[in-house]
Design a protein around this ligand. Structure first.
Ligand SMILES: [Zn+2]
Length: 249
């Protein structure tokens, strides 16, 4: 794809409602060649391409619905593109997701429906009065990124070390739930860095059961791996606070 857009997944399945309906036959569901992806019939007549717990593509006889379920990742993009009919493709540009319909980019949003009654050549996004205002989201995100930068840069070794020490009773909410948007914004406004929140960030960063050890290692008495701590916290906050179809790297 040109224009600096990145796309993933080969359109080698190039499905539509009729082809998937024929493949399923009398079956309610079937596995696919992709890990964690199944094809399933839905009660409302749709045939879903389900990745983990999200119906990433719902094929109806007259339209296609797309949902990333908040996971704007290369995998989600690849699975969508592997099932979308040729001529419809998901791609990203500087983190923002788009759907190309016959070569024209349209901003992606979860729940968007593409009308395919007139085939792929005549496809268009169905009007939705509840569609998000992507320009407002962009403005919000631009401000947010600046706030996150300041907040994260203010986390120094002393603060991080204290957070590690006080973790058992620092923030009940972060210990229990953590990822609530308003709650995280409150910590940012107050300039607080509960250890439980930092631990949640490490947990999400892919350390699996070693996240406590990894955090302790990065914030020990004599060392502070500030670059890694800052990077992990930034990613965590962006993932939970940025609005719209934006990939977080
Ligand atoms: Zn908290």
């Amino acid at each position: 794809m040109s224009y600096g857009f990145s796309s993933y997944g080969r359109p080698n399945q190039a499905s539509n409602f009729a082809t998937l309906d024929a493949q399923l036959g009398v079956k309610q569901s079937m596995r696919t060649a992709y890990g964690n992806t199944t094809i399933e019939r839905r009660g409302d007549g749709a045939i879903a391409v389900k990745l983990h717990e999200t119906d990433v593509v719902d094929f109806y006889s007259n339209c296609i619905e797309l949902n990333a379920g908040g996971w704007y990742t290369i995998t989600t993009c690849a699975v969508m593109n592997s099932y979308l009919p040729r001529g419809i493709q998901v791609a990203s540009d500087r983190g923002k997701w788009y759907v190309f319909i016959s070569g024209t980019p349209v901003r992606f949003y979860d729940g968007m429906r593409i009308d395919v009654r007139n085939g792929v050549e005549g496809a268009c996004v169905l009007f939705n009065p509840d569609a998000p205002d992507t320009q407002a989201d962009d403005r919000y995100n631009a401000e947010l990124v600046k706030k996150i930068k300041t907040y994260v840069e203010n986390l120094d070794h002393g603060t991080a070390y204290d957070a590690l020490e006080d973790m058992s009773e620092d923030c009940w909410f972060c210990q229990g739930f953590g990822e609530d948007e308003e709650h995280l914004l409150l910590h940012m406004e107050e300039g607080c860095y509960p250890g439980s929140m930092l631990i949640n960030a490490y947990k999400e960063a892919g350390y699996e059961s070693n996240y406590q050890t990894a955090f302790s290692y990065d914030v020990g008495t004599t060392r502070f791996h500030s670059e890694r701590v800052h990077k992990i916290l930034t990613k965590y906050l962006k993932k939970h606070l940025m609005r719209g179809a934006v990939a977080v790297r």
